[in-house]
Design a protein around this ligand. Structure first.
Ligand SMILES: Cc1cc2nc3c(=O)[nH]c(=O)nc-3n(C[C@H](O)[C@H](O)[C@H](O)COP(=O)(O)OP(=O)(O)OC[C@H]3O[C@@H](n4cnc5c(N)ncnc54)[C@H](O)[C@@H]3O)c2cc1C
Length: 439
């Protein structure tokens, strides 16, 4: 039987959607509205710790938050959303990927579908490249690193082959790429000690950035510090370089240069979720949903968009960046606007104060720009861990992560595989419209 309470449907249970649902629970009485949250996973990825999960310094399960424990009175559906009619506010979804398509209509529709990795049509990238956007990606990357160590350890057919097996190329010198390069180097150096025919210096990490500096969102002194620290540890940083082709054992660069590497990790930007690209909703030139100041989608009635999939602007007219920090606050503020609308009160513009950014570089060092203050070295790394530990939902999970980090200082993890390959991740993604891999 159809509920007579207004129904609010939230598509996507990431930072934006999950926090919106939880805020609505706190603001609305059980008889006031029905809140339904849909996501293909019954957890959301705590992205700031995903790189650590993908490079072995954190158990993958500790970098996700269970949606069923995060929300309480919200009805959660683990479902693949396959189509959205924004005019009729009707969602078509499939339970557990292969069920029959089902429809759900609502009074308020919240689009919080996030983004995907931006994967340009570079020859060989779809076939050989890795990305880090989901928990499966993180586990597959860690498994790949261990697999390459195993192969290199057993390799007897010459130094060249061995060298390319344990050469990892990270593309993109922004936050994710820099963290992946830094953490991966630590992981490889530690793990290599367990492989008798390898010495830690056999493992190489190269970071490619097409601009003239890494971490362009931070001040120049912090970029320079990060570059110096990473280079000091043997990470090759090549600026002004672009990838032309990826082969099994080789990366070909624009201008003819070559790198003998078997693993390429693509961290160069995000693109709109494919589902968002197909919506009947106004989008900007990159394909993100354009919203009014109160986060309602332009030209649509009672349809709202938040997080990475939306363009929401602050009072100064500038679009908020695609970060967890902004997605979470948009989710909370949108919940208040929906409640205002239900109570026939005027909605308010979205106002977020940017707190800054922190990047971990591995080896207990980092860089941070917090409330305009620049910090580098151990303090920045410590801040990274403290801030994200405190931000992680759930006391139990916080304790587990803190304990794991502490134990890891003395007893590093064994390099064992969990059994997920890049091909399996890719095949899984092909079943749902989740990937940004170019056709
Ligand atoms: C490796 C990495 C590290 C990052 N580190 C930081 C950091 O340190 N600090 C920071 O502020 N930001 C960080 N970010 C950015 C941050 O994670 C995003 O900006 C934030 O997650 C956006 O929130 P969202 O809710 O819009 O999207 P998401 O958190 O991506 O949530 C979208 C949700 O929609 C679901 N979904 C999508 N399509 C479908 C579908 N068709 N059917 C069903 N469900 C679907 C997904 O499963 C997902 O749960 C990082 C990002 C990455 C990739």
């Amino acid at each position: 039987m159809e509920s007579r309470r207004p129904r609010i449907v939230i598509l996507g249970g990431g930072f934006a959607g999950a926090y919106c649902a939880r805020e609505l629970e706190g603001l609305l009485g059980p008889d006031e509205a029905e809140v339904v949250l849909l996501d293909r996973n019954n957890y959301f990825v705590f992205y700031p710790l995903l790189v650590e999960a993908g490079t072995g310094s954190l158990e993958p399960r500790h970098a996700v938050v269970s949606l069923r424990s995060f929300v309480t009175s919200t009805r959660f559906l683990r479902a693949e959303i396959v189509a959205v009619d924004t005019r009729a506010r009707e969602v078509t979804y499939r339970l557990a990927n292969d069920g029959q398509p089902q429809q759900l209509t609502c009074d308020h529709l919240v689009l919080a579908l996030g983004s995907v990795t931006n994967l340009p049509p570079i020859p060989g990238l779809a076939e050989h490249g890795f990305e880090i956007k989901s928990m499966a990606d993180a586990v597959a990357l860690r498994d790949r690193a261990i697999n390459q160590l195993e192969l290199a350890d057993a390799e007897t057919n010459g130094e060249d082959r061995r060298s390319s097996l344990v050469h990892f190329v990270v593309v993109g010198g922004s936050f994710t790429g820099v963290e992946v390069a830094g953490e991966l180097e630590v992981f490889l150096r530690r793990a290599a000690k367990q492989f008798p025919s390898l010495v830690p210096s056999d493992c190489r990490v190269t970071l490619l950035e097409r601009e003239q500096r890494i971490l362009p969102a931070l001040g120049e002194s912090l970029s320079a510090f990060a570059m110096h620290k990473l280079r000091q540890r043997g990470i090759a940083i090549r600026l002004g370089e672009m990838v032309e082709r990826v082969e099994r054992d080789r990366v070909v660069l624009h201008g003819g240069g070559e790198l003998d590497a078997s693993t390429v990790i693509w961290c160069a930007g995000v693109a709109p979720n494919p589902l968002v690209r197909d919506l009947d909703a106004p989008t900007d030139e990159r394909g993100y949903i354009v919203c009014e100041a109160d986060m309602s989608v332009q030209d649509l009635d009672q349809v709202w968009a938040i997080g990475d999939s939306a363009v929401n602007r602050g009072p100064d007219g500038r679009a908020y960046p695609a970060t967890a920090q902004h997605a979470l606050q948009q989710g909370r503020q949108l919940a208040r606007n929906i409640v205002r609308r239900l109570h026939n009160e005027p909605t308010r513009g979205c106002v977020i104060r940017d707190k800054g950014a922190i990047v971990a570089l591995g080896c207990r060092t980092g860089v941070a720009e917090v409330f305009g203050i620049r910090i580098s070295g151990f303090m920045a790394w410590f801040l990274f861990r403290t801030v994200y530990l405190l931000k992680m939902p759930g006391v139990g999970r916080r304790l587990r992560v803190a304990l794991e980090w502490t134990i890891d200082l003395v007893f590093p993890k064994d390099p064992v595989q969990l059994g997920l390959t890049r091909r399996e991740v890719h095949d899984k993604q092909q079943r749902g419209p989740t990937s940004g891999w170019a056709e």
